[in-house]
Design a protein around this ligand. Structure first.
Ligand SMILES: [Ca+2]
Ligand SMILES: [Ca+2]
Length: 96
């Protein structure tokens, strides 16, 4: 599933950008593996480094090893509307 930035309202875009910036700690406009690990743990999933690496690969559509803003939006949409339990289940599935 691909979500285009143009499909978002300006409010959604603002929320996404704010969330993205929180996790992009070094402000390089990309979420690297360490930053992605913090994100995964922040949404309540206790994952090993290996699991984090595998999950990052699933959302890293252009295979450059980091999550950019476009990929982040696809990922957020993937988890949207999920309760914390559902989210955890989604993550577990993503880890397979
Ligand atoms: Ca970064
Ligand atoms: Ca990428």
């Amino acid at each position: 599933m691909t979500v285009e930035i143009s499909q978002l309202t300006s409010e959604e875009l603002h929320i996404m950008r704010t969330a993205f910036n929180i996790f992009d700690r070094n402000d390089d406009d990309q979420i690297d593996q360490a930053e992605f690990g913090s994100l995964i743990r922040a949404i309540g999933f206790n994952a090993s480094n290996h699991e984090i690496q595998e999950t990052l690969k699933k959302f890293d559509k252009n295979k450059d090893g980091v999550i950019d803003f476009q990929e982040f939006i696809s990922m957020a949409k993937h988890f949207e509307g999920c309760s914390k339990d559902d989210m955890e289940q989604n993550l577990r599935q993503a880890f397979r």
